[in-house]
Design a protein around this ligand. Structure first.
Ligand code: CTP
Ligand code: MG
Length: 232
């Protein structure tokens, strides 16, 4: 199933504490951003990549794309102050280029280089059939809702899933969700939340635990170990 991927890459990587956008950091010698882009570059089902970037990093990223043979970029909009703003810029770029409402698009954090082709395929097929599908894994830990240091509730663990990206949608549905959130001043932590607000059901595709987001130094260390294991 053909799809277009939207990659927000316009963050600052504050929690990584690297003093620059964490996406430039090497993971076994290749920048995180290049590793993520390469997954989509090599996937024959990926029709195009829309990459949201910080204006001050545009030239550096262009150089990187050239150097690593990333040729599928169809648009590179300026990102915004929040991740959701950067995703909205991608959604608008897709619409401006004449992207069809019933095309499948997926949003994926540029900071998650370990996603699998199997999950991408299942997400694209499920989104084509049902409109919305997100990657997630069952929680291995018990989850508590805590307020002011005191436990308020314990959701039944069998119903708790930890959500990742990619999140795949019919393009028209995602655009409607993004524009409604923008109009309402609603800020979500993922795209699914915005679609849920429309009352549209969101399907879950079981992903893998190694689809980690490179957020802190610990994630980098785990990422290096995962790559070493792949080489063996
Ligand atoms: N992102 C973005 N625009 C923003 C903020 C984040 O495009 N204004 C992107 C990041 O580049 C990353 C993805 O969204 O690929 C997930 O965000 P996160 O892991 O939070 O990255 P950062 O915001 O860069 O990190 P931090 O929150 O620690 O500053
Ligand atoms: Mg962030």
């Amino acid at each position: 199933m053909e799809y277009t991927v939207m990659l927000p890459a316009a963050g600052s990587g504050r929690r990584m504490g690297a003093g620059e956008n964490k996406l430039f950091l090497p993971l076994a010698e290749k920048p995180i951003l290049v590793r993520t882009l390469s997954v989509f570059q090599q996937d024959p089902d990926c029709a195009g990549i829309i990459l949201a970037v910080r204006p001050d990093e545009r030239d550096r990223i262009r150089g990187m794309l050239e150097c690593h043979g990333i040729t599928k970029i169809t648009a590179m909009p300026d990102g915004g102050g929040e991740r959701q703003d950067s995703v909205r810029a991608c959604v608008r770029a897709f619409g401006a280029a004449g992207g069809a409402d019933d095309a499948v698009v997926m949003v994926h954090d540029a900071a998650r280089p370990f996603l699998s082709r199997r999950v991408i395929r299942e997400l694209a097929e499920t989104a084509a059939g049902h409109g919305a599908a997100i990657a997630a894994v069952p929680s291995k830990d018990t989850v508590k809702q805590v307020t002011d240091g005191v436990v308020e509730a314990t959701p039944d663990r069998s119903t708790v899933w930890l959500v990742q990206t990619p999140q795949a949608f019919r393009a028209g549905l995602l655009a409607e969700a993004e524009e409604k959130a923008f109009a309402d001043g609603f800020l979500g932590t993922d795209e699914s939340m915005l679609v849920e607000r429309l009352g549209h059901p969101v399907r879950v595709v079981e992903s893998t635990y190694d689809n980690l987001k490179m957020t802190t130094k610990v994630d980098l260390a785990i990422g290096e170990a995962l790559l070493k294991r792949q080489e063996e």
